[in-house]
Design a protein around this ligand. Structure first.
Ligand code: AMP
Ligand code: MN
Ligand code: MN
Ligand code: MN
Length: 277
């Protein structure tokens, strides 16, 4: 089970490595079934799939869609999607254009807080400029010495209530799940333990997600504690969801890496057994 990783990022969104290097790193760390799930972007999939073929690794086309539910940002991973399906591609293009407008507003807000020219700076850290996001601003703030680390950049500037944070409306939850299902994929609610919801609101989210066509919960993720593996394994069982797992790797030395997630014994079926690959 530890060889399955269904959530990671390349430089087509806010990861640091090219798609082929993400696949090579995963393989070197023992992953044998991998999904690349860049935020709101599909353009790394062909390169990643090609490298996986060369290495004899099983590969799943994935994406992580930014969505808004009751004013909160939630992430929906799509697995085994058709990257050429038009409605998904058009929907993601709309989400990316919202990213550009948001980044401009973030830069104005940071300038008012005494940090000029941050949009130009953040763009220098983005290999795919249409996918500009908070991680690129964080890397810029580190490189100009405004903060010592990306996590300090988030803490001081990039989270709600801080000067660089701009509230944003992404796709609706129903749209995100609908696009994924329409492209033949399975929708997985990413890192559900990260949303700081009351128990009641979390149940509402899971019900809305299931009603929209959601099929699985990410149970094992670097965002969750061991206790949360059990909590979300039990919730998946109670709601009839499959379980997924993934590192959420972004960059060497930045957060989680491949091959480090512990195995978990969830009382539910694994989504990778349901994939067609
Ligand atoms: P965005 O989609 O532009 O709002 O950026 C979200 C991304 O920022 C996430 O996918 C993570 O990669 C990163 N992120 C969010 N919160 C933090 C944090 N506290 N520390 C480091 N990275 C974070
Ligand atoms: Mn990210
Ligand atoms: Mn996420
Ligand atoms: Mn992610």
């Amino acid at each position: 089970m530890t060889h399955v990783d269904l959530h990671c990022h390349s430089n087509r969104s806010d990861g640091l490595l090219a798609p082929s290097d993400v696949v090579r790193r995963a393989a070197a760390r023992g992953v044998t079934l991998l999904a690349l799930t860049d935020h709101d972007a599909l353009d790394g999939l062909a390169e990643a799939a090609q490298t996986a073929r060369e290495l004899g690794m099983r590969f799943v086309n994935g994406v992580e869609v930014s969505a808004t539910w009751r004013g909160k940002t939630v992430h929906v991973v799509g697995l085994d999607i058709d990257p050429h399906e038009a409605t998904l591609a058009t929907g993601l293009a709309r989400v990316r254009s919202g990213r550009t407008r948001r980044a401009e507003a973030m830069a104005r807000s940071l300038a008012a807080a005494g940090i000029p020219d941050s949009l130009e700076g953040a763009l220098r850290h983005a290999a795919n400029v249409t996918m500009i996001g908070r991680t690129h601003f964080a890397r810029h703030l580190v490189s100009v010495g405004a903060v010592a680390s990306p996590s300090e950049a988030f803490r001081r500037y990039l989270v709600p209530g801080k000067p660089g944070y701009v509230p944003h409306d992404w796709a609706s939850l129903r749209e995100a799940v609908g696009w994924i299902c329409g492209a033949g994929g399975r929708a997985v609610l990413a890192h559900p333990g990260r949303y700081a919801l009351s128990a009641g609101a979390l149940r509402d989210l899971l019900e809305d997600f299931r009603a929209a066509g959601g099929r699985a919960l990410e149970v094992a993720t670097s965002s969750h504690s061991r206790d949360q593996f059990h909590q979300f394994g039990a919730l998946a069982q109670a709601f009839g969801f499959l379980a997924s797992r993934g590192s959420d790797f972004h960059a060497p030395g930045e957060g989680a890496d491949f091959g480090a997630l512990p195995a978990f014994a969830a009382p539910v079926a694994a989504i990778w057994d349901a994939l067609r690959i």
